[in-house]
Design a protein around this ligand. Structure first.
Ligand code: SAM
Length: 444
């Protein structure tokens, strides 16, 4: 590690001592409130662990608890556990309502779910992850956070961005990196560190940016971020990209957190309140827009439509869906179809929300319904409070006793936020919480 510290000394000069002071201190812990489901005031009232707001995002808060992954409101998608400085990149991206936004290296989904919250159910989020198992984790987080206007894909950046040339208002490249900013959180990352690894990351980062640039529309924004301090992977990549791409201009991030680098980009060190991030923002001055191909919306067949309407009527008080489609046996409510490109032949894991699956002679509702619709919309709701032991029993996958008159699928909510589904009959609620999400209890 001497080599790493020597490099940090050269990089930081007089500030090296400030950095060294942080090295053996515990890392920061923070959450970002998912404003699609919950307000900061509500979360604060329910959760004593909520501390001060972070400087990196209007919805980010330091927390005094380390392990919140089993907390019922985490299960319900009220918040996302996120390293505070990692919230900076989406703040710099400056998402506006109605934007089409691509998050090219998106798993596990911290920044994608932040983009979705900023979009506030308008526009389109396209979250892509090249590593398949990670793409499924991304999808699970998109579901948990109740995001309805997203496409989740599992494609390599070059194929995706060539297909969708000039399609997006904003593109984020949160690139795989040597992770020097994660050293306090992840001691294993220290073992993997070497100058050679960092240089190979820089080569890969340049290649990803070369793909990403295609997907930005003329006048659109490209943000590049890493969680490393390496100059090769940060300023080096930005300079090489600018040299090869005169149609892109490095612009001011408009933010004052951390400190300035290359005049206009930002660097964040642990002494700025987060583990470490680099963020640079480009504008694409001109370029091509290849027609992405019009999305052709296929309505369900008359027979399927009839069954789906009956299914929705049985489950919900009213029908909020406008763009239902059926792919194989899956029933989906698509994002605004006017914002979608032709997706033929692309590796898409999800577009919109999944309502259910056709089984032999019935439709099996999908968990995604409970996470993305307001609980009040369901005909039947088991309303639980955070202090209720039943919340833990539900998350563990147990059957729950309920009023005997209720029959059929019901949503289970905690503090008014949808958690999952259950099937009621004869005074019991059969647990439909997905097996992969069931965990041991949170202490109430
Ligand atoms: N943005 C994510 C978030 O906020 O949760 C974190 C992204 S992480 C820093 C970088 C991601 O890039 C990883 O999920 C990794 O699997 C993916 N990746 C790895 N190699 C890649 C490549 N060659 N092209 C694109 N993405 C790659």
């Amino acid at each position: 590690m001497k080599e790493f510290f020597d490099r940090m000394h050269t990089l930081l000069g007089d500030d090296f001592g400030r950095y060294l002071d942080t090295v053996d201190k515990p890392p920061y812990h923070a959450v970002r409130v998912n404003t699609l489901k919950c307000s900061a005031d509500k979360l604060r009232a329910l959760c004593p662990f909520m501390g001060e707001r972070t400087p990196f995002c209007k919805d980010g808060y330091y927390v005094t608890e380390e392990k919140l992954g089993k907390h019922p409101l985490h299960h319900a998608g009220a918040f996302y556990i996120q390293e505070p400085s990692a919230m900076s990149a989406v703040t710099v991206l400056g998402v506006k309502k109605g934007d089409r936004v691509l998050d090219l290296c998106a798993a596990p989904g911290g920044k994608s779910t932040q983009i979705a919250a900023d979009l506030g159910s308008t526009g389109l989020l396209w979250a892509n992850e090249v590593v398949r198992p990670r793409a499924h984790i991304l999808l699970s987080n998109i579901e948990r956070m109740g995001i309805a206007n997203a496409v989740v894909s599992n494609m390599d950046p070059e194929t995706l961005c060539t297909r969708l040339e000039g399609f997006f208002d904003k593109v984020l490249v949160d690139a795989p990196c040597s992770g020097e900013g994660m050293f306090r959180k992840d001691r294993e990352a220290i073992e993997e560190w070497s100058v050679e690894h960092s240089l190979s990351c820089a080569v890969r980062q340049k290649a990803i940016l070369e793909s990403a640039k295609k997907a930005v529309r003329p006048g659109g924004v490209l943000v590049y971020s890493t969680c490393t301090f390496s100059v090769d992977e940060n300023e080096g990549v930005v300079e090489a990209f600018l040299k090869d791409n005169p149609s892109f201009e490095l612009v001011d991030t408009g933010e004052s957190f951390g400190e300035a680098t290359l005049c206009k980009a930002r660097r964040i060190y642990p002494y700025h309140g987060g583990e470490g991030h680099f963020v640079a923002k480009f504008i694409k001055k001109d370029g091509d827009v290849a027609p992405a191909g019009v999305f052709r919306y296929e309505k369900p067949s008359r027979r399927d439509e009839f069954d789906i309407i009956a299914f929705v009527d049985e489950l919900l008080r009213s029908n909020p869906f406008e763009h239902i489609t059926v792919i194989d046996d899956r029933i989906l409510e698509l994002p605004d179809t006017e914002l979608l490109p032709d997706m033929t032949g692309m590796n898409i894991l999800r577009a919109g929300i999944k309502l259910g699956d056709f089984r032999r002679n019935r439709i099996e509702p999908h968990h995604n319904l409970a996470t993305s619709l307001r609980p009040e919309l369901f005909n039947r709701q088991l309303k639980l409070e955070l202090s209720d032991e039943l919340v833990n029993r539900y998350i563990r996958g147990e059957e729950i006793s309920i009023d005997s008159w209720i029959r059929g699928y019901a949503v289970v909510s905690v503090e008014g936020i949808g958690l999952g589904l259950g099937k009621a009959s004869d005074g019991r609620l059969k647990n439909k919480y997905p097996k992969g999400l069931r965990t041991l209890s949170w202490r109430i």
